[in-house]
Design a protein around this ligand. Structure first.
Ligand code: SAM
Length: 283
């Protein structure tokens, strides 16, 4: 038996020593997962004793975090928009920054009850398409990924969250396997956009645990935008709009790629940290 306070303080210290900037939060999440107690309990009852099995469970979770496994993968879930998604090492963990795409898409839709066709290219966990569908009760989604394991996870999230009737999943290299002539009112896409040369500088939590096909792109991180610049025009319904995530220094270069592909009214939208994060395109 050991007191919560001692276990918690030691763990925070250990994580802090490896340079973790969110040690307190991480420890609380792991302690909650191992004991079923809440962070409020940790504050109100610091002298509470926890059993040997619970402590062993906690130390096992902490050991994974000390090896830099992301908290989302240890817990197997991540909140995004208003939903909770199952995640694993087969998909990118949804990032709060990507919520900018959902906000921008929703702002552009005047009648939320209108049935729209929405395409999500590179769906990963399904976080973008399922979040948008949750706000548009009469719309239908198509979600594409080149990774069968990511697609399985997205399908599972659709089932768990009750969207399986409104979303179709297709294993495809971007739009290659979509039915010919299929057109969409809204396209969402968060492609891989980190330059391969930047891999060494990435935090090991990202570089060693998230799928490289979700992170890296050739040509200084721009190769997938170049492919999409050619593909998107043929997928858009009349008056359709696309919202793509961009790296915070890629706005001008992405804008020039999509302008050459025929996009109009190109806007760069910033995230909560006031960094360029989304490019919105009309067709
Ligand atoms: C940056 S992750 C985005 C995942 C999710 N949409 C999100 O925002 O969290 C990029 C996703 O695109 C997928 N992807 C990469 N290249 C692709 C391609 N050529 N065709 C389809 N999907 C691709 C990856 O497997 C990965 O799931």
């Amino acid at each position: 038996m050991a007191a919560l306070r001692d276990i918690r303080n030691k763990a925070i210290q250990k994580l802090g020593q490896m340079g973790n900037e969110t040690s307190g939060l991480d420890v609380d999440l792991l302690l909650e997962a191992a004991t079923g107690l809440t962070p409020l309990d940790f504050i109100l009852e610091p002298d509470r004793q926890i059993g040997a099995q619970q402590e062993a469970d906690f130390q096992a979770l902490l050991g994974r975090r000390l090896l830099r496994e992301p908290i989302s993968q240890i817990l197997g879930r991540k909140d995004f928009w208003t939903l909770t998604f199952k995640v694993s090492r087969h998909c990118l963990t949804p990032r709060p920054d990507s919520e900018v795409l959902i906000e921008a898409a929703l702002k552009s839709i005047v009648d939320k009850k209108k049935p729209l066709k929405i395409l999500d290219l590179g769906t990963g966990s399904g976080c973008l398409i399922l979040s948008l569908l949750s706000e548009l009760p009469h719309s239908l989604g198509t979600a594409v990924d080149i990774s069968d394991k990511a697609l399985d996870l997205a399908k599972e999230n659709a089932r768990r969250l009750g969207f399986q009737e409104r979303c179709t999943f297709i294993l495809s290299d971007w739009a290659q396997e979509l039915p010919p002539g299929d057109k969409f009112d809204i396209i969402l896409c968060n492609p891989p956009y980190i330059a391969e040369e930047e891999a060494e500088a990435l935090a090991p939590d990202v570089r060693d645990y998230e799928p490289h096909m979700a992170l890296f792109a050739k040509n200084n991180g721009l190769e997938e935008y170049q492919k999409l610049g050619k593909t998107l025009p043929g997928l858009m319904a009349v008056g359709g709009r696309a919202f793509l995530e961009i790296g915070h220094e890629q706005g001008l270069r992405a804008a020039s790629i999509f302008k050459n592909g025929g996009a109009k009214n190109i806007r760069i939208i910033q995230d909560l940290a006031a960094r360029d994060r989304c490019i919105a395109l009309d067709f």
